[in-house]
Design a protein around this ligand. Structure first.
Ligand SMILES: *[C@@H]1O[C@H](CO)[C@@H](O)[C@H](O)[C@H]1NC(C)=O
Ligand SMILES: *[C@@H]1O[C@H](CO)[C@@H](O)[C@H](O)[C@H]1NC(C)=O
Ligand SMILES: *[C@@H]1O[C@H](CO)[C@@H](O)[C@H](O)[C@H]1NC(C)=O
Ligand SMILES: *[C@@H]1O[C@H](CO)[C@@H](O)[C@H](O)[C@H]1NC(C)=O
Length: 538
């Protein structure tokens, strides 16, 4: 049994001093006034595209350890190095206008403390995801990260490039579990007695678990077993905080809870001090450095950099179903500068989930940050005069599949217990996506979006491993699609066999580099695993 939250989730919604943004003296949500007695104003805190560098594009060298943490038993570790040509960030480099001619970057990666060289190698300009292994046995395990620095130059010397990062080499852990994040592809790897002490891909799929009617009940053991038997493999416990969607902190961090839950409780989307996340992360890390820490962002575009700075991974909680996205229960319009319609700057459709994940990734690119693992917090509830009904099972699956298509690597839904219908559908979907083989493809691969027949509401993505491709096609519209949807795959992928239909009842026709999907129902999700290899498709 593996009912463990991979993370200590913490949500910025605790109504501490509302000191960020504009008009802190007014009640606000996502920085905006939402009561008629206050007027609309610019909430501030937007992340925007930076200006292009005046001297033309630059070389943006970034690197990071492959995994968020290493254990001393790992013996070997890896760095991932990107050498992108960026119009926004970086340092000068010869011949960036004609990248083929640009000299490669010769670099070393060293410990800052003693200049010890860990990696010495080169990368091509314009390349990404270059992986370099190095020996870990020289590094003494410790709880603090090692500061590491990359120095790059052309072979003959020349512009000096520097970049910095942090490397965790932790003491071995003999009890309990360990979860680490793959900084190359975003997935979670998990190790426990249940995995035989080896790291394996893990796709967390579960719920925030309430005290009321669940974890605090006399028969909680039976209820937890029933939860697991549905197919759910993780949960975020809410037992030490009360029944509020604002409060989400892991139970193994009681001191943090006290700090974060002090003060008046207000709805999500409050304007908490920026340093709270960093402080909370540091405190959680002190208690447990073996699991990543997440932050859940309510707001679409409100101080992204500041609020995510302390988090290992980022969750969005887009709850778009059956909202009124233009006029709120408070009696005001909702728009980019005013109002609270329950889902910030949403349109009230399943595409809001995909758009939000795209937004978060875009902010990271604009800010020049290494992309963090993303997680999706699905809406499995209704009420509070924002959400007029539950999502249907079809909407729920579509939103989760859209989240995967747009890079999410974990699902933690709000909130358990939910309706029998939603419990059932989440369990059925989890049984498929959170187990092998789908799990390994999503966790171990990177979602690649692909054009699907030019139909706007149809969203498709694929993940590859050596021998297989997982293809996911979501019709996020409320009408069926007539005829067949054509999905071209890159020429590098030679399709061969239909290995397994994972989800949905569409009809698949497999070409050499193209897939056609017929019978696409309204609001439907179809997933298939295809074999790749040499020779013609059967
Ligand atoms: C690059 O760094 C090296 C070593 O620190 C130094 O000798 C050299 O002058 C620098 N080159 C440039 C172009 O800054
Ligand atoms: C939203 O609420 C306003 C005001 O009650 C109403 O006029 C409008 O039709 C509603 N929109 C939707 C999509 O329900
Ligand atoms: C939002 O609505 C308010 C109230 O109607 C209006 O004053 C404001 O200009 C609107 N903001 C935007 C960006 O449309
Ligand atoms: C296929 O599944 C959809 C739900 O996604 C359902 O509405 C439809 O009736 C099913 N079609 C068949 C032929 O079973």
């Amino acid at each position: 049994m593996r009912l463990l939250a991979v993370s200590a989730g913490l949500l910025l919604g605790f109504g501490a001093a509302q000191e960020t943004g504009n008009h802190p003296e007014w009640a606000r949500w996502c920085g905006k006034a939402y009561q008629p007695k206050y007027s609309s104003f610019d909430p501030g805190g937007q992340t925007v595209e930076p200006p292009a560098l005046p001297g033309g594009p630059a070389l943006d060298v970034q690197f990071t350890p492959r995994y968020s943490i290493y254990l001393v038993s790992d013996k070997q570790a890896e760095f991932v190095v990107n050498a992108a040509i960026s119009k926004w960030h970086g340092q000068p480099w010869p011949d960036l206008g004609t990248p083929d001619k640009a000299p490669p970057v010769h670099f070393t990666i060293n410990l800052v403390s003693d200049d010890d060289v860990l990696v010495s190698n080169k990368v091509a300009v314009g390349s990404a995801a270059n992986v370099f292994a190095f020996d870990l046995t020289k590094l003494t395990p410790r709880l603090e990260p090692y500061a590491v620095v990359l120095f790059g130059a052309t072979e003959s010397g020349g512009p000096n490039i520097t970049a910095s990062s942090e490397l965790f080499v932790l003491p071995e852990k003999t009890t309990g579990s360990v979860a680490k994040l793959d900084n190359l592809r975003g997935g979670v790897l998990f190790r426990s007695a249940a995995t035989g002490g080896r790291f394996e891909p893990f796709l967390p799929y579960g719920f925030y678990a309430s005290c009321d009617s669940f974890l605090c009940d006399k028969d909680s053991v039976r209820k937890i077993r029933a939860y697991r038997d549905l197919g759910l493999n993780s949960m975020v416990s809410l037992t030490t905080v009360f029944n509020s969607r604002a409060a989400r902190v892991s139970p193994h961090a009681p001191t943090i809870e006290q700090e974060l839950t002090r003060g008046e409780r207000r709805p999500d989307g409050q304007q908490d001090p920026f340093n709270l996340v960093g402080k909370a992360r540091d405190a959680i890390r002190k208690i447990d450095p073996y699991h990543p820490v997440s932050v859940t962002l309510n707001c679409q575009n409100y101080y992204f950099k500041e609020y995510t700075a302390g988090a290992d991974f980022i969750m969005e909680d887009v709850y778009p179903i059956a909202i009124n996205s233009t006029f709120s229960k408070w009696g005001t319009p909702c728009n980019a500068t005013y109002g609270d319609c329950g889902c910030d700057n949403c349109q009230g459709n399943v595409q809001d989930v995909a758009n939000r994940l795209d937004d978060l990734a875009r902010y990271e690119r604009w800010l020049g940050l290494w992309p963090k693992t993303k997680a999706h917090n699905p809406q499995s509830f209704h009420g509070e005069d924002y959400w007029f009904r539950d999502p249907t099972p079809a909407e729920e699956v579509a939103m989760n599949a859209l989240a995967f298509n747009h890079g999410a690597k974990a699902i933690a839904s709000w909130v358990w217990p939910t309706s029998d219908t939603l419990a059932q559908i989440h369990g059925e979907f989890a049984k498929v996506v959170a187990t092998t083989p789908v799990r390994n493809l999503i966790v171990g691969g990177k979602a690649q979006r692909v054009e699907a027949g030019g139909v706007e509401v149809v969203d498709a993505a694929y993940w590859t491993s050596g021998k297989q491709v997982l293809l996911s096609v979501v019709n996020g519209g409320y009408e069926p699609i007539g005829g067949e949807v054509k999905i071209p795959l890159p020429n590098s992928i030679a399709l061969k066999t239909k290995d397994a239909v994972v989800w949905g009842n569409g009809t698949w026709t497999i070409g050499y580099h193209e897939v056609r999907l017929g019978g696409v129902a309204a609001m439907s999700t179809n997933m298939i695993i295809l074999g790749v290899g040499k020779g013609k498709c059967r």
